[in-house]
Design a protein around this ligand. Structure first.
Ligand SMILES: [Zn+2]
Length: 135
């Protein structure tokens, strides 16, 4: 007999994301944040995106499922989901910045590159390699 209270099945990709968020939340000292993970069935135009509420220390991170929407990326971005998780968690960490600073950073393309390169460097350090392979 089917259990009606059963949660929707979590696929391999979602399971990986859940595990990496759990791990990096501790590593980046973000344990006090409530992070909701969302896996939309539609393409929202990014690999992932995050919204934060500093007052309630709540964040919602949306991840594009590569099985449904294969990434078409260029440049210095990897397909590595662990890097994507760290990238989004770094955005959560910077939610504590003053709103004026956040406004400036949001409009600066160098800032996004800085976050991505930092995420790549952290994951490379964890894996004991100098750099991660790029596309
Ligand atoms: Zn970003």
């Amino acid at each position: 007999m089917a259990n009606k209270k059963k949660r929707p099945a979590v696929n391999k990709f979602q399971q990986e994301v859940i595990e990496f968020v759990k791990e990096w939340k501790i590593r980046l000292r973000l344990q006090d944040w409530d992070m909701e993970l969302v896996f939309p069935a539609f393409d929202f135009g990014a690999i992932a995106e995050v919204t934060t509420s500093m007052n309630s220390k709540a964040a919602q991170i949306s991840f594009r499922n590569p099985d449904i929407h294969p990434p078409q990326l260029q440049g210095s971005i990897t397909h590595d989901i662990e890097v994507t998780v760290v990238h989004e968690l770094l955005h959560i960490a910077e939610a504590a910045l003053p709103s004026e600073a956040k406004k400036i950073l949001q409009n600066d393309p160098h800032h996004e590159a800085f976050i991505e390169l930092t995420a790549q460097a952290l994951v490379a350090a964890k894996r004991g390699v100098e750099r991660l392979p790029l596309l």
